[in-house]
Design a protein around this ligand. Structure first.
Ligand code: COA
Length: 293
């Protein structure tokens, strides 16, 4: 019997949930990885995966088929995932992200809040690159340059500051310590460099201080991703518009078809900014954290 068949034949009530996990100590620090699956009468309905890394339990991907009960199934999967991780006494906390492409995300957020999680909602936005990208002028006194791998410590310190007041705690994990930010930026930037998309990673300085920057990546073939930050005192001076147009043009010249990004739901400034620059909603994502018990 295949693993999948084994999972979906362990039935209970209306939906059947089955769990499978294994140790992967060779590749993760105290890392386990696992999957919980839901099925009905032997037909798969969805799954959620989890992993344990650095003492934090993370529920990673949640996919539910497009059936009327998808919210129930998603909550059921989440409930089991959290229950499973909570049983462990070696974890400092639980966090995760859930993609939820269609339908209301309220029941999931409601369930997580009821369980005591801090919940964040992020909006995925996308923009096609088939129009003419507007040209912006750099305001007087500011200088532009492309940053490279050697600049990453400075760029990481910059993003930790620029993102301080605007991104959510789950995503913040990458940007709350300089060292984590450096590792994260190295990973994202290497995908761009590897794909040979020039001029996407740029910074603007004023009196020798970095005050705006982009960090671009290539998460999928033909699709670019953009992070953009401007230090508070330099906002509303068109620096963001300038760098965004620069990155969009670079991706377009490299024959990319679309560019995507995510903003925290409550970050209305960034949401409005990207809408004004042609981005539209593509998906929503729930991020959540249970702090250490
Ligand atoms: C979003 C952000 C990059 C915009 O950069 P910026 O240099 O201030 O933006 P610009 O001056 O080029 O463009 C301003 C336009 O965007 C919109 N906008 C920017 N800030 C806004 C705000 N606080 N409220 C409403 N609209 C706003 C407006 O349309 C504005 O035009 P206006 O000034 O004529 O009204 C900047 O606010 C920022 O760094 N925020 C924190 C980091 C972040 O949220 N990054 C996005 C996630 S990757």
């Amino acid at each position: 019997m295949s693993l999948f068949n084994h999972l979906i034949t362990s039935a209970e009530e209306k939906f059947e949930f089955a769990e499978w996990w294994r140790l992967r100590k060779e590749s993760l620090v105290n890392g386990d990885i696992g999957i919980i699956m839901a099925s009905r009468e032997g037909t798969p309905a969805g799954f959620i995966t989890y992993l344990v890394q650095d003492g934090i339990g993370k529920l990673e991907a949640c996919h539910v088929l497009d059936v009327p009960e998808r919210q129930d199934i998603a909550v059921g999967l989440l409930e089991r995932g959290i229950g499973l991780l909570r049983k462990r006494d070696d974890l400092m906390g639980i966090s995760g992200e859930l993609y939820y492409i269609a339908g209301s995300i309220d029941p999931l957020a409601e369930y997580l809040r009821k369980e005591g999680a801090t919940v964040y909602i992020r909006v995925g936005m996308i923009r096609a690159l088939d129009d003419t990208i507007p040209v912006h002028v750099l305001p007087k006194g500011y200088s532009l340059r492309e940053w490279t791998f050697n600049d990453i410590p400075e760029v990481a310190a910059f993003f930790c500051q620029a993102f301080e007041d605007s991104i959510d705690l789950v995503f913040w994990e990458h940007f709350d310590h300089l060292e984590k930010a450096i590792t994260y930026i190295e990973n994202v930037a290497s995908s761009t460099v590897w794909s040979h998309v020039p001029l996407t990673n740029a910074s603007i300085s004023y009196n020798g201080q970095m005050c705006a920057a982009t960090l671009c990546g290539v998460p999928e073939k033909n699709k670019g991703a953009i992070y953009l930050g401007v230090i508070r005192e330099h906002r509303r001076k068109r620096l963001g518009s300038f760098l965004l147009a620069q990155a969009l043009t670079a991706f377009k010249n490299a024959s990319f078809k679309t560019v995507g990004l995510e903003v925290t739901h409550r970050n209305t400034a960034a949401y409005q900014f990207f809408r004004n620059h042609g981005f539209r909603d593509s998906h929503r994502l729930i991020g959540y954290t249970f702090f250490s018990r």
